[in-house]
Ligand binder design. Structure first.
Ligand SMILES: [Zn+2]
Length: 338
C-alpha cells in the first residue's frame, strides 16, 4: 500500500475501483489562470487518465501570487500559460496524458476542443466564455463544473449532473458579483484554492459514481459567509440553452475579424478567422524597425508600439494593451499589418 495513489484508494468512497475510473477519465480544463492552475494540479495528482488545458494568455507578474503552476522565470520568458502549465503538470505526474493548447475558445472551435472528454472544468475569467462553454457542454451532453472567484468570494455550480436541472443561462439574471473582475477589485489566493477544491471534489465524485446535488454554493473566505442554494426552481422552461427547443445562441459563429474588450484590463483582443491567420516570423520582421522591445518566440510576437504593448499569438489573436477603444485597436493593427 505504498503506491502513488494508495492514500486516495484508502478513502472508502473512492477505493481501488474509483481509482481505476479516474485513470480512464478525460477532463477538459477551460482556462489556465488561477482556478485552472489549482484544479489541474489536483486532477493530475489524483491520477486522471487525460487532461487538456486551454488558455489564450501569457503569464504576467500580476498572476504569480495566485496562479500556482507558474514561476518568475516563466514571466521573464513570456511563456503562454498553456505551455508552462503542460510542462509543470507533466513534471508532477508522468502517468497522465497532458495537452496544453494556446488558443481562444470561440464558437468556431469550442465543440472540437471539448469533444472526446468526459466533462468540462470551468476556469475561465469571463461570463462570455462561460456561457459559450455552457452551450457547448449542453450540446455535447457533458457535465460542466462552473467555478468563479473574485476578491475573497467564490462561486461553484455543477451543470448537467442531474436531469431537469437549470443551466448557467437559466441563472444568468440571479448570479451575484457579475461585473466585478480580478483586475478591478483584486483577488486573494485562499479563495482560488477553496473554489477549485469544491469544483474538483465534485469532479472526483462524478467520475467515481457518487451522486451530486446541483447546488449553487458560495463562500467568502474573508467574511466567512457561506450559502448553499437549491436552484431547481430556477429552471426556465423556455431557456434558449437547455430547453427542449434549445437554439444554443452562444454557439453562433462569426467568420469576420472579431474584437472584444477584455473587461477591466484596458486591453482589446482582435481575432483573425482561421483562414486569414497572420504568420509570426514575417510579421516580426516587418515590424522590427517600427517597434521597441520586440520579442519573438514560437508562440507569439510581443512588442511596444506608440505606448501600447502588442502581443500577436500563433492562433491569430492580437492583444492591444493600453486602450479600451476598438477603433484605436483596429487602427494600430492596420498600421502594423497593412
Ligand atoms: Zn438553461
Amino acid at each position: 500500500m505504498n503506491s502513488k495513489y494508495s492514500r486516495q484508494e484508502l478513502f472508502a468512497p473512492i477505493g481501488v475501483e474509483g481509482q481505476k475510473r479516474l485513470r480512464e477519465a478525460s477532463v477538459f480544463v477551460l482556462g489556465a489562470g488561477a482556478l485552472g492552475s489549482s484544479g489541474a494540479e489536483m486532477l493530475v495528482r489524483a491520477g486522471i487518465g487525460r487532461l487538456t488545458i486551454v488558455d489564450r494568455d501569457i503569464i504576467e507578474w500580476t498572476n504569480l501570487h495566485r496562479q500556482q503552476l507558474y514561476t518568475e522565470q516563466d514571466v521573464v520568458d513570456q511563456l503562454p500559460k498553456a505551455v508552462a502549465a503542460e510542462k509543470r503538470l507533466r513534471s508532477i505526474n508522468k502517468d497522465v496524458q497532458i495537452t496544453g493548447i494556446v488558443t481562444d475558445v470561440t464558437p468556431e472551435n469550442v465543440l472540437d476542443l471539448f469533444a472526446g472528454h468526459d466533462l468540462i472544468v470551468d476556469a475561465t475569467d469571463n461570463i462570455e466564455t462561460r456561457l459559450l462553454a455552457n452551450d457547448a457542454a449542453l450540446t455535447l451532453g457533458l457535465p460542466f463544473f462552473m467555478g468563479a472567484c473574485v476578491g475573497s468570494y467564490g462561486l461553484t455550480f455543477p451543470i448537467g449532473v442531474q436531469s431537469g436541472q437549470p443551466c448557467l443561462h437559466c441563472l444568468l439574471d440571479t448570479l451575484p458579483a457579475q461585473h466585478m473582475t480580478c483586475d478591478t477589485v483584486g483577488v486573494i489566493s485562499p479563495v482560488v484554492v477553496t473554489t477549485a477544491a469544491r469544483q474538483i471534489a465534485g469532479v472526483l465524485k462524478y467520475l467515481t459514481g457518487t451522486k451530486i446535488e446541483p447546488k449553487l454554493e458560495s463562500v467568502d473566505v474573508w467574511t466567512e459567509e457561506r450559502a448553499s442554494i437549491q436552484v431547481a426552481g430556477f429552471k426556465k422552461s423556455d431557456c434558449p440553452s437547455c430547453s427542449e427547443h434549445a437554439s444554443y445562441p452562444f454557439l453562433t459563429a462569426n467568420l469576420s475579424i472579431r474584437s472584444a474588450v477584455l473587461c477591466g484590463r484596458d486591453t482589446i483582443q482582435l481575432t483573425w478567422p482561421a483562414n486569414r491567420k497572420v504568420e509570426l516570423s514575417p510579421f516580426a520582421e516587418s515590424i522590427r524597425k517600427s517597434v521597441s522591445n520586440l520579442n519573438h518566440n514560437p508562440y507569439l510576437v510581443a512588442c511596444e508600439y506608440n505606448g501600447h504593448r502588442i502581443v500577436l499569438f500563433r492562433d491569430g489573436r492580437m492583444l492591444i494593451h493600453g486602450t479600451k477603444n476598438i477603433v484605436t485597436a483596429k487602427k494600430i493593427a492596420a498600421e502594423l499589418l497593412g
